[in-house]
Design a protein around this ligand. Structure first.
Ligand code: 4AD
Ligand code: MG
Length: 476
């Protein structure tokens, strides 16, 4: 007999039919009721045994975590909590899970504990739900861009350019690190390395995406992004996934429109396609929030997601934001760790969260940042001191998107890389796109795991990627 997936069985049950179901035992109650999950849905199927008919030694093997194949008849359920169940005709234990050793028991485990057993946490309702939502979000991203006529570009993971300046990089080398070859200056001789030059893991696919956009019109990357920043926060990973669209002929306003549309599309996609998993995650969040004081509780998950889909994001300039922050209560009362005294200050996450969560209570798009605190490639505004940068700030998360209109004017770009101390020869290929048929263009980067945090209501970024890479942690 062919295996029926539990999701298909629950969605289109045929009462009276005989089915074969395979999965992992979540619980086994009263020597009678087996809850089985096969990952196709958050819901378990209940299989009902007549223990008097079964071999006692086989019954003992039905434990939480063991894998099982069950054949039986589909009947309308007598009990509460499920519409159908299976009356077991025969079962076979496929793999035992010794209850003395299996770390997942049918009780609530802390997220911290589950991180230590990341190889098994897929077996929990929380992580299987997150994994399914993550898949749906990946699919939504590709669908959004495909439907708009964008081309997906694979940009390199090993990069020879160190110009991005987006973060500290991981060196890639095949040199014998116990015995590094040195050149005449006593420095490591990168000429002898695999690529004949110094190489690193990429911190962004943007520069290469720009090259493609200036021929294909609209492109996007969706790839692993690796940064050796030693920031042990709930919002930073050393290895994360970033989506970077890049569009020829777009200005900063088109760029904001695209980013807002994309974020709304993805959230709406989750609402439309992940209802069961989100319902589970919403109740999980509600449970968690109960332990917090009333005024510190976040709004319910569905309310938050619908709010983003239905409301326009607030758009304002950095200068306007600084004025608001300067006058704000926490600034006046000295409650910010980094007080805002003057124009030009870099915004910290406490400031971003104040704007989003207290001042506007909405996602905020900030534009026109001081040139000094942003990257070299961002387009200089006519005022000479700001650039057409754009950051999107989300409640509970802070920065979710960073992007800009790009500097398309060769002379200004050359000046810029000089002030940023970037050797011209290291970006000669980037500069040539400005030399030959340059056009205004714009793009942004969306941190995929930050989007996942928002959509799932989880609060630690380590819990929305299967195998988090953070300082001192690369176990699985
Ligand atoms: O603001 P960032 O550094 O921008 C860039 O890398 C540009 N090249 C993007 C572009 O214009 N094409 O990063 C973009 C986003 C951030 O807004 C954040 O959501 C996410 O990437 N991000 C991280 N996510 C997880 N862990 C980290 N360490 C992250 N660093 C950035
Ligand atoms: Mg940024």
């Amino acid at each position: 007999m062919k295996r029926t997936k539990i999701n298909d069985l629950l969605n289109t049950p045929t009462i009276g039919s005989e089915v074969l179901v395979k999965g992992w035992v979540r619980t086994f109650r009263s020597n009678r009721f087996i809850a089985i999950n096969d990952g196709s849905t958050i819901n378990n199927i209940q299989a009902v045994l007549d223990f008097e008919k079964e071999d006692e030694n086989q019954l003992k093997r039905i434990t939480t975590g063991s894998s099982i194949a069950v054949t039986g008849e589909v009947v309308a359920s007598q009990g509460k909590g499920q519409s159908i169940e299976i009356i077991v005709k025969s079962f076979e234990i496929l793999g035992d899970a010794n209850p003395e050793e299996f770390p997942l028991q049918p009780k609530k485990h802390s997220l911290e504990f589950l991180r230590e057993i990341a190889h098994l946490r897929f077996r929990t309702s929380t992580f299987s739900a997150i994994s399914r939502v993550r898949h749906a979000m990946i699919f939504a991203v590709h669908k959004f861009f495909n439907d708009k006529g964008f081309y997906n570009i694979h940009t390199p993971i090993i990069t020879g350019s160190d110009a991005e300046g987006a973060g500290e990089m991981f060196r890639v080398t095949t040199l014998d690190i116990e015995n590094l070859p040195k050149n005449e200056q006593g420095k490591i001789d990168a000429k002898q390395d695999f690529f004949g030059k110094e190489t690193n893991l990429t911190v962004s696919g943007q520069l290469e995406a720009e090259l493609a956009a200036l021929a294909l019109g609209q492109v996007y990357t969706f790839g692993p992004t690796i940064r050796a920043e030693n920031s042990n926060t709930t919002r930073h990973l050393a290895e994360f996934w970033m989506i970077e669209p890049e569009v020829a002929f777009n200005d900063i306003h088109d760029n904001m429109d695209l980013a807002e549309e994309m974020l709304k599309y993805c959230v709406k996609y989750a609402l439309d396609n992940c209802a069961e998993d989100l319902t589970f995650l919403a109740s999980r969040l509600e449970e968690e929030e109960k332990s917090k004081p009333q005024d510190q509780r976040s709004i319910p998950l569905f309310e938050k997601l619908n709010f983003v889909v239905e409301n326009d994001f607030v758009r304002l300039t950095y200068t306007e934001a600084i004025d608001i922050l300067k006058r704000s209560k926490p600034n006046q009362k000295g409650q910010f760790k980094y007080p805002i005294n003057e124009w030009g200050a870099d915004l910290q996450s406490e400031h971003e969260r104040f704007l989003v969560e207290k001042e506007f209570k909405k996602p905020v798009i900030l534009i026109d940042y001081p040139a000094k605190i942003k990257s070299f490639y961002m387009r200089q505004n006519d005022d000479g001191k700001t650039v057409a940068a754009m950051d999107i700030l989300f409640p509970g998360i802070g920065e979710i998107v960073g992007g800009s209109q790009r500097e398309e004017r060769l002379d200004i770009l050359k000046e810029k890389i000089k002030t940023f101390n970037i050797p011209e020869e290291s970006v000669w290929w980037y500069l040539e796109t400005r030399k030959f048929g340059t056009v205004p263009h714009a793009g942004f980067g969306l941190g995929f795991e930050r989007l996942m945090l928002f959509v799932t209501g989880m609060t630690n970024i380590r819990d929305v990627i299967p195998f988090p890479r953070t300082p001192k942690n690369a176990e699985f």
